[in-house]
Design a protein around this ligand. Structure first.
Ligand SMILES: Nc1nc2c(ncn2[C@@H]2O[C@H](COP(=O)(O)OP(=O)(O)OP(=O)(O)O)[C@@H](O)[C@H]2O)c(=O)[nH]1
Ligand SMILES: [Mg+2]
Ligand SMILES: [Zn+2]
Length: 300
C-alpha cells in the first residue's frame, strides 16, 4: 500500500549511474534491471539549466523519466548531489584516483608525476600510484621508484605486461567502489583495463616518436564493471595537467606536509605556507620540498 493509503503502488523513481557520455546521449546503468532484464538505457540529457546549472558527468547518479523499455531509451530527469568531483579527467563520485605513469616509453618525469598527484589530491580521495610497463626496465629501477614514492607518502605498485601476480594485487586494491585511471597518454591505461577485463577489448595504440609519446587513443571517459560494486574508469591521457589555482590549498596537497601535521606539527600561523614564516613547525628535509617551494615562485 502506498504512503497515502490509497492502495496504489508508488511509482519508484528509476535510478542509474552514467557510464559514458555519447554526443547528446548518456549511457545509464540501472540500479535495478528493467522488466526484460535491461541493465543500460540510452538517455537524452536536458540542457544544463535543467539540472540546477550543472552538466551531467560520467559517474553521476541520475533519476530517469519517460522510460521506453522496448527501445531502451529514457530521459535524465534529475541529478543527485556528488560525493566527489574530478575536473580533468571529468568524473563524478569516484572513491579512488589511480595515477598511472610508465617506467619507460614514455620516460617517467618526476615533475609531470607530481602535477598529476597534485590534481588527484584536490579530490581529497585515496590516491594510488601505478608504475606501468615494468617489463621494459630492470627490476631495480622499479624498486627505486617504489621507495621514492613511499617517501613522498604514496602507496605505489609496479606492473608489467604478463604479470598475473601484479594483476591480482591490482584487482584487490581496486576492489569496491569507483576508481579512475589517470595519467599521460600512452602509459597503458586502456591496456590495464583490457588485462583486467579481456572482454572489453578497448582500443590501444603504440607510442611513437623519439619521446615515445602516446597518441591520445582513448577519447572519452568511460566507466567499466570490474566486479560486483567495483567500477574502473578509463580516461583520455593528457600530458600536462593544470595545477590547482588556489595557492592556499597547496600545502594540503602534499602528503609530506599533511603527515607532519597529523603527527602533531603546529605552525604559529594558521595560514603558514611553510616557506620561511616565523614559528613554522614543518621540517623541510624532504625530496619534493624544492618543487613545493618553486610552485609559489611560479605564481602569476
Ligand atoms: N611493454 C609494455 N607495453 C605496454 C604495457 N602496457 C601498455 N603497453 C603498450 O603501450 C602502448 C599504449 O598503451 P595504451 O593502453 O593505448 O595507453 P593509454 O594510457 O590508454 O593511452 P591513451 O588512451 O592515449 O591515454 C600500447 O602499444 C600498449 O601495447 C606494458 O605493461 N608493457
Ligand atoms: Mg587509452
Ligand atoms: Zn609552517
Amino acid at each position: 500500500m502506498g504512503p497515502c493509503g490509497c492502495g496504489l503502488p508508488v511509482a519508484e523513481a528509476v535510478r542509474g549511474q552514467v557510464m559514458a557520455l555519447e554526443a547528446n546521449f548518456c549511457r545509464v546503468r540501472l540500479e535495478q534491471p528493467g522488466p526484460g532484464g535491461q541493465r543500460q538505457l540510452l538517455c537524452t540529457r536536458r540542457s544544463r539549466l535543467a539540472h540546477g546549472g550543472q552538466q551531467v558527468m560520467v559517474g553521476d547518479w541520475v533519476g530517469l523519466e519517460g522510460l521506453d523499455w522496448t527501445d531502451g531509451r529514457a530521459a535524465v530527469a534529475s541529478l543527485e548531489p556528488r560525493r566527489s568531483e574530478l575536473q580533468r579527467p571529468a568524473l563524478a563520485n569516484a572513491d579512488r584516483v589511480v595515477v598511472v605513469v610508465a617506467l619507460a616509453q614514455p620516460q617517467l618525469d618526476p615533475e609531470a608525476l607530481s602535477r598529476f598527484l597534485l590534481c588527484a589530491e584536490t579530490t581529497g580521495l585515496e590516491v594510488l600510484v601505478l608504475l606501468s610497463k615494468a617489463d621494459l626496465v630492470e627490476p631495480a629501477l622499479g624498486q627505486q621508484w617504489l621507495e621514492r614514492l613511499a617517501a613522498w607518502g604514496y602507496g605505489a605498485q609496479a606492473i608489467g605486461r604478463g604479470d598475473p601476480l601484479a594483476l591480482g594485487a591490482l584487482r584487490q586494491r581496486l576492489q569496491g567502489g569507483v576508481s579512475v585511471l589517470c595519467g599521460p597518454s600512452g602509459v597503458g591505461k586502456s591496456s590495464l583495463l583490457n588485462a583486467l577485463v579481456p572482454a572489453l577489448a578497448l582500443r590501444t595504440a603504440a607510442v611513437s616518436g623519439k619521446l615515445q609519446r602516446g597518441r591520445h587513443t582513448t577519447r572519452h571517459v568511460e566507466l567499466h564493471d570490474l566486479a560486483v560494486d567495483t567500477l574502473l574508469a578509463d580516461t583520455p591521457g593528457f600530458n600536462r595537467p593544470e595545477l590547482p589555482t588556489d595557492a592556499s590549498q597547496w600545502p594540503l596537497l602534499f602528503p609530506e606536509i599533511r603527515q607532519q601535521q597529523q603527527a602533531g606539527a603546529r605552525c604559529r600561523f594558521r595560514d603558514c605556507r611553510h616557506l620561511q614564516e616565523p614559528g613554522c613547525a614543518i621540517d623541510r628535509h624532504w625530496e619534493r620540498y624544492d618543487y613545493y617551494r618553486a610552485l609559489f615562485d611560479q605564481r602569476p
